[in-house]
Design a protein around this ligand. Structure first.
Ligand code: SF4
Ligand code: SF4
Ligand code: SF4
Length: 247
């Protein structure tokens, strides 16, 4: 029997679930191998008997919490896709602002009708089986994950930092220009897309494991006389929630 797949969205731009629709040719071969049973962006039918549920978006409202708890009950495996679901993502920027102020700014006099909570990754609320990070998630990683799942293999995220892919591409390091880039402390797998276009890495794939983080601290100090604490202080745009749990 083909695995029954669902794709859900919580608070987010839903760009990660839309990225699945953008797979085009590859999507057709996936559709041969799985049965999509619940996907608001792509179909009207709904089933709650689900083998693998993919979720984008952060838990950012009381309704998000109720929904993700329901997804967890209905899915044998739950997979967080994208920075919002894995880290809290851009939504966590509100965690550093005055709640009354930002709600009044967004909703005006209707703010009382839109309850909110500090934004959190899905894993802060329910058990998550796998995470496919990034803003948006890397489509090739999603394909690889599905291929591995169909073959009964366990997919593992890359453990090297973004710098490894960046250096392989021969890009001039932004630290040479005095710019703090989060590449040394961020999980690779995006092919260093931001530095490839001259932009600093903002850490959308989350922080590397503690060993790699310590090694990054030594390298940054030796090569550029930069303190790891100054780099970690810049982890705000996508990893604001995770920032609080760093060693
Ligand atoms: S991770 Fe980025 S692309 Fe994906 S849902 Fe969040 S904001 Fe949108
Ligand atoms: S610090 Fe940034 S620019 Fe420098 S190698 Fe790492 S990812 Fe590339
Ligand atoms: S370079 Fe950094 S911010 Fe850009 S996609 Fe990769 S991990 Fe995300």
């Amino acid at each position: 029997m083909r695995p029954r797949i669902a794709i859900f969205s919580l608070t987010s731009c839903e760009g990660c679930s839309l990225a699945i629709l953008e797979l085009e040719d590859q999507l057709l071969s996936i559709l041969d191998a799985v049965e999509i049973v619940n996907f608001r962006e792509g179909m009207t039918e709904r089933s709650w008997d689900i083998d693998i549920g993919f979720v984008d978006g952060a838990v950012s409202t009381p309704e998000d919490k109720r929904e993700v708890e329901h997804f967890r009950e209905c899915c044998t495996k739950l997979v967080a896709i994208g920075a919002c679901a894995c880290l809290g993502g851009l939504n966590t920027l509100k965690n550093y602002q005055d709640e009354d102020e930002y709600r009044a700014y967004v909703y005006g006099d209707c703010a009382k009708y839109f309850p909110t909570t500090p934004a959190q990754p899905i894993s802060a609320v329910v058990n998550v089986d796998h995470e496919l990070p990034g803003c948006p998630m890397v489509k090739e990683e999603f394909l690889k994950f599905v291929t591995f799942a169909l073959a009964g293999r366990t997919f593992k995220l890359p453990e090297d930092p973004v710098c490894v892919e960046c250096k392989k591409k021969g890009i001039l390091c932004l630290y040479e220009k005095g710019i703090i880039c989060l590449g040394p402390i961020t999980r690779g797998g995006c092919n260093a897309i931001c530095p490839s276009y001259g932009a600093k890495c903002e850490g959308c794939r989350g922080i590397v494991a503690e060993d790699a983080l310590k090694a990054a601290g030594v390298n940054l100090r030796e090569q550029y006389d930069v303190d790891l604490a100054d780099v970690l202080a810049d982890v705000r745009m996508f990893g604001a929630y995770q920032e609080k749990t760093l060693p």
